[in-house]
Design a protein around this ligand. Structure first.
Ligand code: PEP
Ligand code: MN
Length: 348
């Protein structure tokens, strides 16, 4: 259950509620918020009596039952969608946000050419990996700090906000100095030390679905970040492992509307990693719009055949430009479809 205290509830009132929860045999799982305190409690058994009693206690605004194993990220906890402001863009609001750029930051020329081009075509964020999670230790591992510096330069030159991956808890502070959004790769979705460290990162996080992860596991990973203090989490569907080998992964398109039912967090679709094939990206980008994703992440490279990583799924600058203009009629429908039910305010 989640107990929201009234604005200005006293410390004594909060302590009293925590004691009452424990008296009922439940555990206080976390307490969040400075202005408005929200207490999450977990335990086994029927909570009805506890809820009724707490609702009558001084300082309590509301006490609600959350049946999902994840609390703070559930729709039951917060009905309105979370909006996350990143520079000028708002993810989860009435704008379809596009993140585009190379898989890996390779050198200054490659990054600046791409950054200027995607900015001209209307991207909202520049993506690019400086720390690369590669299946093989012999593959390009990323430029690391040098790559972060190039991303900062691209930000200065184009005004685009930066999303880039952080792979370990020890690097969160470093990457957060350069990035506007911290990307957590599919292979790290259940790196719990990293998820906990992100709670204190002070920057929004985009959490990619693990290669073989269920939506429940994805949401529980998001819950780690939120329950450790960072409510600005974006989810990303990027395909999952199935028996199908014709595509790199299988895009779980149904995950997008289902996540919207289960959680208030924004959902981004990544058709590049989902398929591994640049030819499939325009159709799946349209699908992302049609199913109500909050945005798109795509890989773009000036010369995909020379890319250090993921060339086969990278769009050329021209293909990306065409994609953006071809999406426009669909985006008009998308905006019309964003009724009041989709609107909401940020939790941060
Ligand atoms: C990436 O975005 O380049 C990446 C490595 O993605 P994923 O973690 O989804 O494989
Ligand atoms: Mn990639």
């Amino acid at each position: 259950m989640v107990i929201s205290m009234k604005l200005g509830a006293t410390k004594e009132q909060v302590e009293h509620i925590c004691r009452r929860i424990q008296d009922f045999g439940y555990r206080v799982h976390s307490i969040q918020g400075d202005e408005r305190v929200v207490i999450a409690a977990v335990g086994i058994g029927d909570v009805t009596h506890c809820l009724d009693s707490l609702q009558a206690a001084p300082g309590v605004e509301s006490a609600v039952r959350i049946s999902a194993p994840y609390k703070f990220v559930s729709r039951e906890y917060k009905a309105e969608k979370t909006r996350i402001g990143v520079d000028g863009a708002v993810i989860g609001g009435d704008q379809f946000v596009v993140m585009a750029g190379p898989c890996s930051v390779e050198n200054e020329k490659q990054l600046m050419i791409t950054a200027h081009a995607v900015a001209r075509s209307g991207a909202n964020l520049l993506r690019g990996g400086a720390f690369k999670p590669r299946t093989s230790p012999y593959d390009f591992q990323g430029l690391e700090v040098e790559g972060l510096k190039l991303l900062r330069q691209a930000r200065q030159e184009t005004g685009l906000a930066i999303i880039t991956e952080v792979m370990s808890d020890g690097d969160v502070g470093l990457v957060a100095e350069y990035a506007d959004v911290l990307q957590i790769g599919a292979r790290n979705m259940q790196n719990f030390a990293l998820l906990k460290a992100l709670g204190k990162a002070g920057k929004p996080v985009m959490l990619k679905r693990g290669l073989s992860s269920t939506l429940k596991e994805l949401l529980l990973s998001a819950e780690y970040v939120v329950s450790h203090g960072n409510s600005e989490v974006i989810l990303c569907e990027r395909g999952i492992r199935t028996f199908e080998t014709a595509t790199r992964n299988t895009l779980d398109i149904g995950a997008v509307p289902l996540l919207h039912e289960l959680t208030h967090l924004p959902v981004i679709l990544d058709p590049a990693h989902a398929t591994g094939k640049s030819s499939l990206i325009p159709a799946l980008a349209r699908a992302a719009v049609a199913v109500g994703a909050d945005g798109l992440m795509v890989e773009v490279h000036p010369c995909p055949e020379e890319a250090y990583s993921d060339g086969a799924q990278s769009l050329t600058l021209e293909q990306f430009d065409r994609l953006m203009s071809d999406l426009q009629p669909y985006l008009t429908l998308w905006r019309d479809g964003r009724g009041p039910a989709q609107a909401g305010t940020t939790t941060s």
